[in-house]
Design a protein around this ligand. Structure first.
Ligand code: GTP
Ligand code: IMP
Ligand code: MG
Length: 338
């Protein structure tokens, strides 16, 4: 009876990160009005860009659901926290009274950032330099400081798994936000060109203290083409000139680096669905491959080639595409869930 009605939804990236999870989460936060959005994933190496009513927001530590003033913003104990980044976002978004981090979140210090911004991690892996890998290494060594030791975070500390389960028991809506993407997972990705943790749905759930039976829906987010930032393999990669010609060029939210690009990859997508036990697909940037679809909010308005693209994804991947991005604004979304 319990699992039938608990409305918990996990959002994960299906490729190499930067699929547009931040925008999809913002849309769901406005539409579904969750009482809680809880962030899993690695830490401030993530960068989401969210556009809403002509304003652009960049978020790295807080959940991307911050635009909904009714939603409490939680960071699970598996996430490593940069106190300065977190406090800046709480201040910038004015979420002082509804932001909480777990007592047991690991803390990134200057020394971690230094190790991460030069040498092997930076040069051969292409790390973001934000200190997350070295901090997770210290956590494995059990020398890392935790949020409960940090005075500047005292106001925001709480037992996050407890808050999440309190909401689930009351059948409230809970959004669980993943970061990075399936093939950056330390277990399932293109090792060693990966991030420092597992970032598939199970890993994200462990980060926030949710077991496998507490999940109702897993939405895997795919961009309508594949991008990758940093080093590592990318099947069928196109040149940056070709990417520019197609309008696919992007720069990273955190590092400002050029993102590499390739066509939508069904083999990767199929494997991502398997690894995440995904139940729904969100496709972002449909407007980039079909510009005539820009800003559309209804599936029936899409051009025939755009409809065919979506149907083909559903036929090949065997789960429904329920959300489609048609522009960077939160409202540029087609929602066919109901
Ligand atoms: P990570 O957690 O770092 O992996 O990032 P992310 O998945 O949240 O994606 P990120 O915001 O880094 O990159 C996605 C980019 O695409 C952002 O600049 C968004 O504003 C933009 N975007 C998202 N959805 C759409 C869409 O449907 N159309 C267009 N044109 N842009 C989009
Ligand atoms: P790290 O996580 O900073 O150690 O970086 C390891 C690899 O993961 C590098 O290739 C990064 O570019 C990539 N990476 C880490 N976080 C993200 C993200 O949020 N989006 C896209 N790539 C990421
Ligand atoms: Mg990003």
């Amino acid at each position: 009876m319990h699992s039938m009605c608990m409305p918990s939804t996990v959002i994960v990236g299906g490729f190499y990160g930067d699929e547009g999870k931040g925008k999809i989460v913002s849309y769901l936060a406005m539409k579904d009005n969750p009482t809680i959005a809880v962030r899993g994933g690695v830490g401030p190496n993530a960068g989401h860009t969210i556009e809403y009513n002509n304003k652009k927001y960049k978020v790295r530590m807080l959940p991307s659901a911050f635009l909904n003033p009714n939603t409490r913003l939680l960071v699970g104990p598996g996430v490593v926290v940069s106190p300065d980044v977190l406090l800046k976002e709480i201040n910038e978004f004015g979420t002082n009274d509804r932001s909480f981090v777990d007592f047991q979140c690991g803390i990134i210090e200057e020394s971690h950032k230094q190790i991460d911004s030069g040498g092997r991690l930076k040069e051969s892996i292409g790390s973001t330099g934000t200190g997350t890998g070295p901090a997770n290494a210290d956590r494995a060594m059990r020398t890392l400081k935790l949020a409960r030791d940090i005075e500047s975070l005292a106001l925001y500390l709480d037992d996050i798994p407890n808050q999440v389960h309190f909401a689930l028991d009351r059948k409230e809506n809970v959004l669980v936000e993943g970061t990075q993407g399936t093939f950056l997972s330390l277990w399932h990705g293109t090792y060693p060109y990966v991030t420092s943790k597992d970032v598939t749905a199970s890993g994200i759930c462990a980060d926030v203290g949710i077991g496998p039976k507490n999940v109702d829906e897993v939405i895997v987010v795919f961009k309508s083409f594949v991008t990758r930032v940093g080093e590592g393999p990318l099947q069928n990669e196109i040149s940056s000139d070709q990417a520019i010609a197609k309008g696919w060029q992007e720069v990273g939210t955190v590092t400002g680096r050029q993102r590499r690009a390739a066509d939508f990859d069904f083999d990767l997508a199929r494997r991502a669905i398997m690894l995440n036990s995904a139940t729904q697909i969100a496709i972002t940037k449909l407007d980039v491959i079909f510009p005539e679809c820009t800003h559309m909010q209804s599936f029936s308005d899409l051009s025939s080639p755009a409809k065919y693209f979506i149907k083909n994804v559903e036929d090949k991947l065997k789960i429904p595409v329920t959300l489609v991005g048609t522009g960077p604004d939160v409202n540029d979304t087609i929602d066919t869930r109901k």
